[in-house]
Design a protein around this ligand. Sequence first.
Ligand code: ADP
Ligand code: MG
Length: 559
Amino acid sequence: MTKMQFQAESKRLLEMMINSIYTQREIFLRELISNASDAIDKMYYKALADDGLVFNKEDYFIKVTADKESRTLTITDTGIGMTKEDLENNLGIIAKSGSLAFKKENEAKDGHNIIGQFGVGFYSAFMVADEVTVTSRALGSDEAFVWESTGADGYTIETGEKATVGTDIILKIKQNTEDDNYDEYLEEYRLRSIIKKYSDFIRYPIKMDVKGSRPKEGSENEFEEYQEEQTVNSMVPIWRRNKNELTAEDYENFYFEKRYGFDKPLKHIHVSADGAVVYNAILFIPENTPFDYYTKEYEKGLELYSNGVLIMDKCADLLPDYFSFVKGMVDSEDLSLNISRELLQHDRQLKLIAKNIKNKIKSQLQSLLKEEREKYESFYKSFGRQLKFGVYNDYGMNKDDLQDLLLFYSSKEKKQVTLDEYVSRMPEDQKYIYYATGPSIERIEKLPQTELVSDKGYEILYFTDDIDEFAIKIIAKYKDKEFKSVSSGDLGIEADAKDEKNEAEENDSKELFAYMQSLLTDKVKQVKASKRLKSHPVCLSAEGEVTIEMEKVLQAMPS
Ligand code: ADP
Ligand code: MG
């Protein structure tokens, strides 16, 4: 049997691919700059292996030039360049990656930083250009070649001229249509912002000619136009710098630059993990609740970088819901990306990173609580509710992670306390952790049900948030102590030998209680004498799991 080769309509394939794999047009620039960076990296690796070759970092750069008149956008690099064969193989065969091959050949020498691997990124240029010209001169060659294509009809290669080793990619930007604006890819500010967004941490300078006007020398009201070359990217990502060299201000600046928030962050966390999965992360705990935080519009997530190139704006999988307030970024070389480099293929590494990050946040919050109580309380005011929801959600799966981060107002301390602090103060004869529920501290203070417990000298936690009691029911027990509502039927407090008197009272009032009950048949189950009241004539108490306050919340919920 002869084996037949698949035939593909490459024209259509190219179109389909370009238009289906990328969700955002602007990433063409990320792809071309990544290729340029790879080409320079290859020079660097070659120099490592070849003593005759010196790699002077200053000689290497990427330049982006827009020309509105000719509608061209040019990406120039001083990298390794391409021979005629390279042009045919790497730009003529879709899904062939010269960079992947290079990485494999140079595995031993840490080919890690090379970004390319799928062999499709280059063609994303056709999302914004109807013609692409590549002029390249390879290292060790004095000939240059020009590759040209309009995307649909294949390509041509001719000899050309180029004075130095490297590559120019020239895009003829499409004309605007009714629905699509392409002019923006010729605007300096737009190009700058795309470079900043995706390629800020490319390790070689990305330069642009910047036009401006400035006061003429020796004159105050005359201005002159000028043009100067500027480096647009910051190059050294703060997260790859040594923690010891960085100040709190450096982190704050990064927070503002990245627009993670408008106010100062409460705390930063810098992680450089070198274990089962290698990654760097810079995380921030904000101080104030973002205005949309407790709404459906709020989107959690961290920025995700692969090798310094932005892959995702908001990777939600990196944060559990209960830490959704955390801002920041993660950079890892270990991610398996899908072909558009916008998504992750399978998420084993991501899951590991997420778990790791969760534990880091938890321990940082714990140390904040221990060492900077005031700061923690201010954090808790903003996000404590989210932690309590975290305890309640997912069937209490995360309660162990969160219960030590909770704070409740204490009747005794007259301030917020942790469960641990409460339990450590419990007198020996106290069986339960007592709590009282109400709309505010002042209102709870007036509850008749608190009297007996307080008189015993026991501390009561005040639950003023709807979620509090639900969260506590999930925790159920803390350090072997069960929680008990002061309004529950059995308080577990031994009555002070007043039993006889009580029984007598009960008997005396039998008729009255029966009468009261007959009036309240649909409202209460039973009317009886209470041992817990002192200054109040009457109170409500509940039996079973659902307390009166919980019932109120449940009834208020939309069904
Ligand atoms: P990838 O970067 O994933 O390999 P691309 O489609 O972006 O795929 O690029 C295909 C190949 O073309 C690269 O692997 C590289 O070999 C080559 N190439 C692209 N741009 C350049 C460049 N500026 N300089 C040198 N080689 C390049
Ligand atoms: Mg590429």
